[in-house]
Design a protein around this ligand. Structure first.
Ligand code: IPD
Ligand code: CA
Ligand code: CA
Ligand code: CA
Length: 280
């Protein structure tokens, strides 16, 4: 792999710096954002803080790595078609930064203190750095390909739970009422009686980070985008977990319907979704 130029910061250091700076700023804006608008639907919100965070992160990255490509949620037109197109246009880039400037905008807007900044770097389509930062808890989750994953500087490992029965899992409720939401509801109905319990925190990136750190044993959701999942996917795999789509194909940056687990419960998880006809 190409190394950054001498004198420049490492990829991971830049990702951390961006996440920390943006996260600190977002925290100061909690409860006093000034503009709120709808994007694709009444559930798809954006504020000046989403846009400002992305601007801050993008310009920092470009200062260090002007040749790298960039995919950030707020630089893409709303809706699934535009997202797919935007990913297609950059997915062959050598170095691609994939950024969700505020993951959990609904929570941010309502003052529910569970949201994050998610920053990943992919090299030829494979995620090599993943950083998720939770500014409210000052919790930084960092993974580097082949080097493990850390929270607050401590190595993470996934939970040891080996059955759904003893697993706490999470999901998110997709806005798309025609395809994603019905599948999610079917899956929910099938999984509730099989697991210990289900949570829905409202930040896909933090759900993935929580699978990595063993606080959750699994997470699934339909209709996500590369910026929701790229950083979290590396956190999970570097902590010993497994990430696929809802039908069991291995994660790549194009995956929108995700199942992330500690690995031990993966087959059982996929099996319940398949049996309930809730795998898409
Ligand atoms: C959303 C969050 C949420 C998930 C949604 C995402 P955003 O991202 O990750 O948990 O359920 O599907 O769109 O819009 O707050 O960045
Ligand atoms: Ca959004
Ligand atoms: Ca998101
Ligand atoms: Ca976002």
């Amino acid at each position: 792999q190409q190394q950054p130029a001498v004198g420049s910061k490492s990829f991971t250091a830049v990702a951390i710096n961006c996440a920390a700076k943006a996260g600190e700023w977002i925290k100061t804006k909690l409860g006093n954002h000034t503009s709120l608008s709808l994007k694709y639907s009444a559930q798809d919100l954006v504020t000046e803080v989403d846009k400002g965070s992305e601007k801050m992160i993008k310009s920092l990255i470009q200062t260090h790595f002007p040749d790298h490509s960039f995919l950030g949620e707020e630089g893409v037109e709303p809706g699934p078609e535009a997202s797919a197109k935007a990913l297609q246009s950059v997915r062959d880039a050598e170095y691609l930064w994939i950024v969700d400037p505020v993951d959990g905008t609904t929570n941010f807007v309502h003052g529910f203190p569970f949201f994050s900044v998610s920053i990943a770097l992919a090299y030829k389509g494979e995620v090599i750095v993943g950083v998720v930062y939770d500014p409210m808890r000052d919790e930084l989750f960092v993974a580097e390909k082949g080097k493990g994953a850390y929270v607050r500087g401590k190595r993470m490992t996934v939970s040891p739970d080996d059955t759904l029965k003893c697993s706490l899992i999470a999901t998110g409720f997709p806005a798309d009422p025609t395809y994603a939401l019905p599948l999610n509801m079917k899956g929910l109905q099938a999984l509730v009686p099989e697991v210990r319990n289900i949570r829905s925190g409202g930040s896909a990136a933090l759900h993935m980070a929580y699978v990595a750190s063993g606080r959750l044993s699994g997470f699934w959701e339909f209709g996500l985008n590369a910026w929701d999942l790229a950083a979290g996917s590396l956190l999970v795999t570097e902590s010993g977990g497994h990430v696929t789509d809802t039908k069991g194909s291995l994660y790549d940056i194009g995956v929108r319907n995700v199942v992330a687990t500690n690995g031990h419960i993966h087959e059982e998880f996929l099996g319940v979704l398949a049996k309930a006809d809730a795998a898409g």
